[in-house]
Ligand binder design. Structure first.
Ligand code: NAI
Length: 257
């Protein structure tokens, strides 16, 4: 039976993806802080190492699918933790499980980025030099530029870096026969969004912004896209970022794509 690992499986998009894959008859191993097959804290080096080891033990070194959803929103007060989970936690799982995916059957991975990844460019990303050097300790000083809005810098910066990291792996992963893509959701009805809407700094802007399709996505709609990207139907889709945002990106950046 096909085996897929889903991080952030206890809530929101990860939980919906887990449910969709189970419905398709796949075996799913969830990774999260709680309520998961493997409990791990992806904000720490030890937690990431433990999660990779536990997955490898569980899957016997061979994996068919990987979905990296675990993440924190911009409202979280500890901005360094946002980067630790969203970027470093995701990349540790991606690279740590690549050898297992290489051995998998028509394997594919999907990283959940965000439309926020397009709100800055790599050239303007305050995290770029820290990430190039792999120096996680440099994240705090790099985020100082964000002042009161450090969380937004951490969020957009980490999501921009994730999309860049996926695109940079496209040659090696393609040659290994493992497809790798990102999805970039706009607002999705999950606890992360509810917490953002209740936040004193970001809440009003999130609540008042209306997408061309005037509602938030359901987590199940994002799960459907992820399931497609994992499937052989997406056999030539590789290194792509599929936006699922009710038209927001096209509205804000009609001439850039
Ligand atoms: P959520 O809050 O419902 O789920 C996130 C999951 O990640 C939770 O189960 C949480 O326990 C887990 N997690 C957080 N920190 C962790 C850690 N240190 N170690 C292990 N697991 C950890 O949020 P949602 O909305 O489902 O988010 C999933 C992904 O989608 C995130 O990467 C988020 O940035 C992204 N996203 C969400 C959007 C939205 O509007 N909800 C929009 C664009 C992207």
């Amino acid at each position: 039976m096909s085996l897929t690992v889903v991080t952030g499986s206890a809530s929101g998009i990860g939980a919906a993806t887990r449910a969709a894959l189970l419905e398709e008859g796949k075996e799913v191993v969830g990774v999260d802080l709680r309520d998961a097959d493997i409990t791990a804290d992806l904000s720490t080096r030890e937690g990431r190492r433990g999660a990779v080891d536990a997955v490898l033990q569980r899957c016997g070194g061979t994996l068919d699918g990987l979905v990296l959803c675990a993440g924190l929103g911009p409202h979280v007060d500890d901005a360094e933790r946002i980067v630790a989970v969203n970027y470093f936690g995701t990349i540790a799982m991606l690279d740590g499980l690549f050898p297992a995916l290489r051995k998998g059957d028509d394997a594919a991975a999907v990283v959940v980025s965000s439309v926020s990844s397009t709100h800055i460019t790599w050239d303007d990303n305050p995290l770029a030099s820290v990430i190039e050097s792999g120096d996680e300790a440099g994240v705090g000083p790099a985020l100082e530029v964000g002042g009161e809005y450090k969380g937004q810098f951490a969020y957009a910066g980490s999501k921009n870096a994730l999309t860049v990291a996926v695109r940079r792996r496209v040659a090696e992963w393609g040659a290994a026969g493992v497809r790798l893509n990102t999805v970039a959701p706009g607002s999705v009805e999950t606890p992360l969004l509810s917490q953002g809407m209740a936040d004193a700094r970001y809440g009003q802007a999130i609540r008042e912004f209306v997408a061309p399709i005037p509602r938030h996505a359901k987590p199940e709609e994002v799960a459907t896209l992820i399931s497609y990207l994992l499937s052989p139907k997406a056999g030539f889709v590789h290194g792509s970022q599929l936006v699922i945002d009710g038209g927001v990106d096209a509205l804000l950046r009609p001439t850039r794509f």
